[in-house]
Design a protein around this ligand. Sequence first.
Ligand code: FES
Ligand SMILES: [Fe+2]
Length: 408
Amino acid sequence: MSREQLISMTRNLIAHGAADTMEYADDIVRVPASTYTDPALFELEKRNIFRRLPLMVAPSCELPEPGDYKAMDICGVPLLLARQRDGAAAAFLNMCSHRGNPVVADGTGNASRFTCGYHGWTFKNDGDLVGVASAKDFGAVDKAALCLKRFPVHESAGLIWATLDLDSKLSIADYLCGYDDLLSAFGFDGWTLFARRTLSGPNWKTAYDGYLDFYHLPVLHKDTFGADFYNRANYFFWGPHQRLSAPSKMATRVGSDVEEDLSLLGDSEIPDDALLSGVWTIFPHISIASFYGGGQRGAMISQLFPGGSVGESFTTQYYVMENQPETEADIKSAHEQFDFLEVVVRDEDYATGKRQHEALQSGMLKEVLFGKNERGGQVFHEWAAKLANANDEELLEIFAAEQREAAE
Ligand code: FES
Ligand SMILES: [Fe+2]
């Protein structure tokens, strides 16, 4: 099923590539400039998007073994992810049920239990409260009622999602609209984490815009990707999640320099790299793109979060690889690939985004434009506004409608 969809997208790209065309949006779209600068809207987005929708919180390979954990703050919510004994991922509110201190500091590690650093209460990594310090002095408590609180969690396609709303009724699978089936073609569930770093960026939507068009590639990235880079993309949608890829009938296989004419290949001969080309974004904050370095397939997974104020965000870049590179030369080349992408994003995309944000803060430009060739940004802003403004019932109905549409 998912391979069929990948092939039909690839055929679409080949046909447009051969005809030297692309699919356009109906019209140019205007977005109020305040969308990027309004602190009240920013608070609404943190509450109704980041603290209410499923977020891709970690690639599975960041927590490969039972006992592996990661603690992080997302928009003020302390999250603790822990790989259980049976291999399942669990997501907890990282707050001790005694008085709320996080039971483990932000970061990653491996532990079968967490002992709170304030008064010493101890929790197993499945969230159970197993030890109340000086229990007799404290007084009798119902330990079963004082476990760590669990967030909804979902793991598929080698990625882990959690919803930072303890009462969420939105099914994470429904939210994904079948998109994770397609993402599973990357094979991330068997991959490894090579390296990870976090960069600071501008307003989260200013930063995210840059992942949603190819229009800027040969201009902003002329010194890195090159001024000849193709600037057209076709867009494919699954609910708010989208893939953009350049129409092309040519492709190069991993480890080869030879361009092949895809229009001459049968469905079973189309290489995986062509099927997965372009940028895959997961609303509201993830972008995935394939790269090669270290002698094998790799991908950059960029995970974006709003920062402390409307003009700030931070992005964790995970460089995942099919296998860990082993030789010195391969390790060096994987680092070079990863470092190159840091330079592109930090010094070109985000440096521009920060200047753009400062200028928009002047309030002197009332609206910004998304062309017919920038359908990704058009659709992203439409979804961001729709989901930020929906109440909880409307949110469920939006994704129920997506399910009904997909079933038709
Ligand atoms: S807050 Fe954790 S033991 Fe007191
Ligand atoms: Fe860019």
